[in-house]
Design a protein around this ligand. Structure first.
Ligand code: NAP
Length: 271
């Protein structure tokens, strides 16, 4: 029987057991997927024990996405570039780390807006945290000519600039509205706008009216950013699909089936 899991601390809030459990049942597979709480000081030992217990793989969430890299026998090129691992496979004791967040972000856009042309113009990204690293990687891989990045703490955006060079332009957080005029897509990767967090305050008037506005925050499903974009007539894509799509490649690696994201699954996760 295939055994998979998600490890993190805390782990109670994770939607992964619901998503993978839904697919195991939907595709009639023999397998299990559980949430395992693992503290940082127990990480090394726990990974070894999952290998010893014959797990096929596991997802990795906060706070272990970076620390797990040193415990993998191999880390694939995407995860290395993003600097974090969120999924692991174990084959004959060999542990390989992957990152599926960039895939999840791009697939969500393409499912919601089939044929969206990432090459048409620069991408505007708010935020330079862990999620931003995957989003920026995904946007550039998908063909965005360059990324305009703004973050409250400029130093964190500058670190990404050092990695990406000319493909990335850092602009001041206080002047972000002045840099929207050529954007093809505008993405919020900050935690602003999330339930119990402050709102993201941005005036989208300068954005071209056909630019896509996407928020990776999915609680609430329709953030204030998406509401204001809609009221101006811009197309929008919410963040829940990124969460669902990032789960697909790992499920395929473990269970051998590339699962589908359905509205039934989305409703289940949002319940
Ligand atoms: P993170 O690494 O902690 O980064 C947080 C980002 O938000 C940083 O850019 C931070 O700016 C910014 N920020 C926080 N408070 C702010 C404030 N008061 N004013 C301005 N900027 C502020 O978090 P993360 O892992 O990147 O996650 C960010 C969000 O994305 C979370 O809401 C998370 O739930 C969501 N997310 C969604 C998915 C999905 O599948 N849809 C996947 C991953 C993450 P500073 O650098 O200045 O602190």
């Amino acid at each position: 029987m295939i055994k998979a899991a998600v490890i993190g601390d805390p782990i109670g809030h994770s939607k992964s057991p619901l998503i993978h459990g839904y697919w195991i049942e939907k595709y009639g597979l023999e397998g299990s997927y559980e949430a395992i709480q693992v503290s940082s000081n127990a990480l090394k030992e726990k990974v070894k024990s999952l290998v010893d217990q014959g797990y096929t793989g596991f997802n990795v969430t906060i706070p272990h996405k970076e620390a797990i890299m040193a415990l993998c026998d191999e880390v694939d090129a995407t995860a290395l570039a993003i600097g974090a691992v969120n999924a692991v496979t174990i084959q004959d004791g060999f542990v390989t780390g992957y990152n599926t967040d960039a895939f999840g972000f791009i697939e969500n856009i393409l499912q919601a807006r089939p044929g969206f042309d990432f090459e048409k113009g620069p991408a505007f990204v708010l935020g330079a945290g862990g999620a931003a690293r995957a989003v920026i990687y995904g946007l550039l891989k998908a063909g965005a000519p360059h990324v305009i990045l703004t973050n409250r703490t400029t130093g964190k955006a500058d670190e990404l600039k050092a990695e990406y060079g000319a493909a990335l332009e850092v602009v001041d957080w206080q002047e972000k509205e002045n840099h929207l005029a050529n954007a093809n897509i505008c993405v919020n990767t900050t935690s602003l706008g999330m339930k119990s967090k402050p709102e993201l305050e941005i005036n989208l008037e300068n954005l071209p009216r056909d630019a896509l506005v996407s928020d990776i925050v999915y609680a609430p499903l329709e953030t204030t950013l998406l509401k204001s974009a809609k009221s101006l007539g811009n197309p929008t894509v919410s963040g829940i699909g990124m969460l669902l799509h990032q789960a697909r490649p790992a499920f395929e690696k473990w269970f051998g089936v590339m699962p589908e994201v359905t509205t039934e699954l989305q409703d289940l996760v949002l319940k």
